[in-house]
Design a protein around this ligand. Structure first.
Ligand SMILES: Cc1ncc(COP(=O)(O)O)c(C=O)c1O
Length: 377
């Protein structure tokens, strides 16, 4: 079955007793036991809930993994995955990444004895150079947030296999519609489902999918033990959002390309970061590993004094954190999503105080360009 069809069919059960097309919301903490030592298959909602289970099956199907897990947020999904490691373990992580991922590694997991080396994972040889005897995993974001750097998932997966490391990919920016890391050799995929998968800026959720069944058992043990699960209402809302994933993403990408081309020609814009531009250094790689380029566009304005004007004079595009929803949002990474990364590190990577990140929604592109035009002219 084609991806678009699988997306629409998520959560639709042919065996559900009432024939309900929409997945029922099982708003229950617990389940009656039919007899001593007997179970309906559900005992307690932290351990398993039928609505959440539909969502977990859906994401496992779309990402082509063996098992999916739904969490209260993207960071809760990360937290669960990081619990797979032990004190003394070493991780290699993309140096351009969501600030919250940097924060959990530096301020929470460093205390548990995990060490991290941040590298430019677009340079696979450099990744190989920092592998040491205690390295256990490589964690990448591609495209990275917010500089849209492209890592060759297949090449890093090959290196990971050779060195017996796990490869973990944050697939938030792409979703399985554009990119399927597990089919390219990754072991775990993580999502902030708050973004494109939910798609409507109306919920916070995280998902993880594993390829290997044994790894799935370990992650289930963590999910059930730590308990940062997604509740049944939000599981339903996320399932509903996922049904329209393909149409939303096509439109958002189409708008993003037009906006990137327009920004590129604008005299007040000094640089545009969009992997769908042929001159982007990751363009060919994306064509090899992905089916599309996504709807995220970052750009540098010529002067930092312009930033405030842009953020507060836009009328249609909203200045707000987050991304991936139907509404276009603009973010100022140095003050928002990446504020936890020290200034000198940010600047050394090219994350300037002139950089703005645009999550392109599904509005009419002319309205979005008109809005940008009135603030940049
Ligand atoms: C790429 C990426 N990964 C993970 C997260 C964390 O997800 P959440 O905000 O759902 O906890 C975010 C949030 O912005 C993100 O952009």
């Amino acid at each position: 079955m084609k991806f678009e069809t699988r997306c629409v069919q998520v959560g639709v059960s042919k065996t559900e007793q009432t024939g309900s097309i929409s997945t029922p919301i099982y708003q229950t903490a617990t389940f009656r036991h039919p007899g001593l030592g007997m179970t309906t298959g559900y005992d307690y909602s932290r351990s398993g809930n039928p609505t959440r289970e539909q969502l977990e099956k859906a994401i496992a199907n779309l990402e082509q993994g063996s098992k999916g897990f739904a969490f209260a947020s993207g960071m809760a999904a990360f937290d669960a995955v990081l619990r797979l490691f032990n004190p003394g373990d070493h991780l290699i992580v993309s140096d351009d990444l969501y600030g919250g991922t940097y924060r959990i590694l530096e301020h929470i997991y460093s205390k548990t004895g995990l060490s991290v080396t941040y590298v430019d994972t677009t340079d696979v040889k450099e990744v190989g150079r920092v592998v040491s005897s205690n390295t256990k995993a490589i964690i990448i974001e591609t495209p990275s947030n917010p500089l849209m750097k492209i890592t060759d998932i297949q090449a890093v997966a090959k290196l990971a296999k050779k060195s017996n490391l796990m490869l973990i990919v944050d697939n938030t920016f792409m979703t399985p519609y554009w990119q399927c890391p597990l089919t390219l050799g990754a072991d775990i995929v993580i999502h902030s489902a708050t973004k494109y998968l939910g798609g409507h800026n109306d919920l916070v959720a995280g998902l993880a999918v594993v390829k290997d069944k044994g790894l799935g058992e370990q992650l289930y043990f963590i999910q059930n033990s730590v308990g940062s699960i997604l509740g049944p209402q939000d599981s339903w809302l996320l399932l509903r959002g996922m049904k329209t994933l393909s149409v939303r993403l096509e439109k958002s990408q189409q708008n993003a390309l037009e906006i990137a081309l327009w920004l590129k020609e604008h005299p007040k814009v000094s640089k545009v970061y969009y992997p769908g531009l042929v001159e982007h250094p990751g363009y060919e790689l994306m064509k090899k590993n992905s089916n599309g380029f996504g709807g995220m566009v970052s750009f540098d304005v010529v002067d930092s004094a312009l930033v405030e004007k842009v953020l507060f004079s836009l009328e249609l595009i909203t200045f707000a954190e987050s991304l991936g929803g139907v509404e276009s949002l603009i973010t100022y990474p140095v003050k928002q999503t990446h504020a936890d990364i020290p200034q000198e590190i940010r600047e050394s990577k090219g994350l300037t105080n002139r950089l703005l990140r645009l999550s392109v929604g599904i509005e009419h592109v002319n309205d979005l360009i008109d809005d940008l035009d009135q603030v940049l002219s």
